[in-house]
Design a protein around this ligand. Structure first.
Ligand SMILES: Nc1ncnc2c1ncn2[C@@H]1O[C@H](COP(=O)(O)OP(=O)(O)OP(=O)(O)O)[C@@H](O)[C@H]1O
Ligand SMILES: [Mg+2]
Length: 376
């Protein structure tokens, strides 16, 4: 390159550079302003940098005054066009951002966001992201609603279940007080049974609140599943006999499980009591234990005739009970409880890192399956 050319490049750099620096300064000053001005600013700086370069190097280029005017006019026209174009771009960007803001505002009000496929790619991505957030929010809101509903049901049913025996107790104590009771011994037995039932219910509530608060403390020990099953059968046998349900148990040799013995026997006890309650006279309830490669499995199967498919998802819900158990006065015959048993089962098994599931065979019965992992 000749020396002249180097001179031209130097002068142009100085002039255009000065405009560029001024443009940067202006951009910095306007950085909090609307996006609308940004493309216009960029176009303006670009054109002015060219014009400044031309003005600065005019003498070094030996431009005639005619050519000089031509170059400046061309630059001016290009500048005006660039400005118009950039303002149009700025306007489109601002409009897209405004419509996105409008969508976001509606999202805030209605909780539902509909992704709009318009505007620049970044806005579309933002819009899609907001739509996903809205979906997640709605899912968690729905879960919250279900929980809230089940909490309300729990309070309603528990207060109902406590009110009924309490009213009975009051009537019986009044009768005893007034000496009107014909058979005081029967009253005493019945009162004792009611009190036991209420104590059981309050214990269940306490247990459940501990599970939900995550403060259930487990004292893990190695438990022989055979012993656990025999103890459960021994405890449930009187109820089973009274209902003419046959209770059976089978376990492979030497099956062990690492668990809190008291909590695990509560779990199996709840399952067995449910099974006995729902099995008609003459039916059978079986408890089976076996070792799997990764877990210890405990199955409780009954002859209840199966749980309706629509109920399968709900049996572990707090305060949920089958329809037949929802009649107001079925409480006193021990045929139904507060609907806490299976929620407690699930909570305790999960606190052990295990899982509980069920299989229902229509017309035959239901099998509840517990799996507690073998601790490594
Ligand atoms: N083995 C079973 N066979 C058929 N239905 C069952 C069985 N176990 C539970 N269910 C159904 O699931 C519901 C919920 O059971 P859960 O043990 O949680 O409550 P509950 O037995 O009614 O009351 P609680 O256990 O608090 O005394 C029952 O009301 C019943 O309808
Ligand atoms: Mg139960």
């Amino acid at each position: 390159m000749t020396e002249d050319q180097w001179t031209v490049i130097g002068i142009a750099t100085a002039w255009s550079g000065t405009v560029g620096v001024l443009g940067l300064l202006l951009g910095w000053m306007l950085r909090h302003r609307s996006l609308r001005y940004l493309p216009a600013g960029v176009a303006l700086v670009a054109v002015l940098a060219v014009v400044a370069g031309v003005v600065g190097t005019a003498r070094a280029m030996f431009l005639s005054s005619h050519d000089y005017t031509v170059v400046l006019s061309v630059s001016l026209v290009a500048g005006v066009l660039a400005l118009v174009f950039s303002m149009a771009v700025g306007h489109t960007v601002v409009r897209s951002s405004r419509s996105l803001r409008e969508d976001a505002r509606r999202f805030g009000e209605s909780g539902r966001f509909v992704a709009a496929r318009r505007g620049p790619a970044e806005f579309q991505q933002l819009s899609a992201e907001l739509a996903r957030t809205s979906e997640r929010l709605n899912e968690s809101r729905a879960r919250e609603l279900v929980l809230e509903e089940s909490r309300r049901e729990l309070v309603a049913w528990v207060s109902h279940d406590l009110r009924t025996p309490l009213a009975g107790l009051r009537a019986m104590t009044e009768a005893l007080e007034d000496g009107l009771a014909e058979d005081p011994d029967r009253y005493h037995t019945q009162m004792r049974a009611e009190v036991d039932r209420m104590v059981g219910m309050v214990d269940d509530l306490f247990e459940l609140s501990q599970i939900h608060a995550g403060v259930l403390s487990l004292t893990l020990q190695t438990v022989a599943v055979g012993d656990l099953i025999s103890e459960t059968i021994a405890a449930a046998d009187p109820v089973a006999r009274a209902r003419q349900v046959r209770l059976g148990g089978a376990v492979d040799q030497g099956v062990l499980v690492r668990a809190d013995p008291a909590q695990l026997s509560r779990v199996v006890g709840n399952l067995v009591m449910n099974a006995i309650r729902h099995t008609p006279p003459g039916g059978t309830v079986d408890i089976l234990g076996r070792s799997l490669p990764e877990a210890t499995e405990l199955n409780v199967s009954d002859g209840c005739g199966g749980i309706p498919e629509t109920d399968l998802d709900r049996v572990f819900d707090v305060a949920w009970r089958g329809n037949h158990a929802r009649t107001p006065d079925s409480g006193s015959d021990s045929g139904s409880g507060a609907g806490l048993g299976l929620a407690i089962v699930k909570g305790i098994v999960e606190a052990h890192g295990g899982t509980v599931g069920l299989e229902s065979e229509p017309g035959v019965g239901t099998t509840f399956m517990l799996r507690i992992p073998i601790a490594h």
